[in-house]
Design a protein around this ligand. Structure first.
Ligand SMILES: [Fe+2]
Ligand SMILES: [Fe+2]
Length: 286
């Protein structure tokens, strides 16, 4: 079994102690699902430099808070097309800066990464970067200029092409999970911030998983975040679902570092992967 640490939405919660704990751990590799900065996008590059100090192989996919400005984020939230268009230009430089800060960590998105450890082979497939969930294609001008993707259908097509090129079995790394796993606020990628709730997954990813199945490609699981565990109005969402032999894991425990009965706790998810099976369990380091 390959041992993988999956780190959910960091949002400022990754310090020197984390570097030392992960470096001393028995993990073979580390996945980071994105959303590095705290509120008002403070600390992105500092967190990225800390991730860059990990001595394990690291794979990072940018979230909707990474390599973008606050104005861009607000423009996306409001779906102000004129502001989205005007504000996107800094994203190229910010993403470059993020990539540099991450040092040896693999900067992923619309990409495939063949991995072989201890005789076990699989492909890590990184889905659409900067996903924000829901129907709109977030950060469209950037995706268009960087990847030639300007619609959700084109994004599905790109993911399908990656699946066609990837050797089975496949593990998907995404910022947000796919649609099709429930539309209630407590569902794994369900919307908790709108009164009518709804499915807030990524439609392109759901379609790509269907494509994999039709093409006879084996997807072991999808590791994502974005939809934070604590839900608005109280309670916690479901964090793991198995559907049609694919394991979906939501790693977004926010805050990642917190106090419980006076003790500092640090969250991540431990994955065990073989060529036929994937399991996941939440880990809280004290
Ligand atoms: Fe987040
Ligand atoms: Fe996010």
């Amino acid at each position: 079994m390959i041992k993988i640490a999956a780190i959910g939405d960091i949002h400022g919660g990754f310090d020197e102690t984390d570097i030392s704990l992960f470096n001393k751990s028995d993990y073979d590799l580390v996945l980071v699902v994105g959303d590095l900065p705290g509120r008002t996008h403070v600390g992105t590059y500092e967190i990225a430099r800390r991730i860059g100090q990990l001595t394990k192989p690291v794979y990072f996919i940018p979230g909707n808070h990474d390599g973008v400005t606050m104005i861009q984020l607000l423009a996306e939230l409001k779906q102000s097309q004129s502001l989205i268009e005007r504000a996107h230009k800094k994203q190229f430089r910010l993403c470059e800066q993020l990539k540099e800060s991450l040092g040896p960590a693999n900067y992923c998105g619309y990409s495939i990464h063949p991995i072989s450890i201890g005789g076990i082979n699989f492909t890590l497939l990184a889905a659409r970067p900067h996903s924000m969930g829901g129907a709109p294609l977030a950060y469209k001008p950037f995706l268009e200029a960087k990847f030639g993707i300007s619609t959700m259908d084109q994004s599905t097509q790109r993911l399908n092409e990656l699946i066609d090129r990837a050797e089975s079995p496949i593990l998907v790394l995404a910022h947000n999970g796919p649609t099709g796993l429930g539309s209630s606020r407590e569902d794994i990628f369900g919307c908790d911030f709108r009164p009518d709730q709804g499915d807030f997954g990524d439609h392109d990813l759901e379609e790509a998983i269907k494509h994999a199945k039709i093409s006879g490609k084996r997807i072991l699981g999808v590791v994502a975040g974005h939809m934070h565990h604590k839900i608005r109005g109280g309670g916690e969402r479901v964090t793991q679902v198995e559907r049609d032999n694919v394991l979906y894991v939501n790693t977004a425990r926010v805050p990642r570092i917190f106090k419980d009965e006076g003790k500092i706790m640090r969250h991540h998810v431990r994955l065990h992967l073989s060529e036929t099976e994937l399991t996941a369990e939440a880990v809280y380091w004290t």
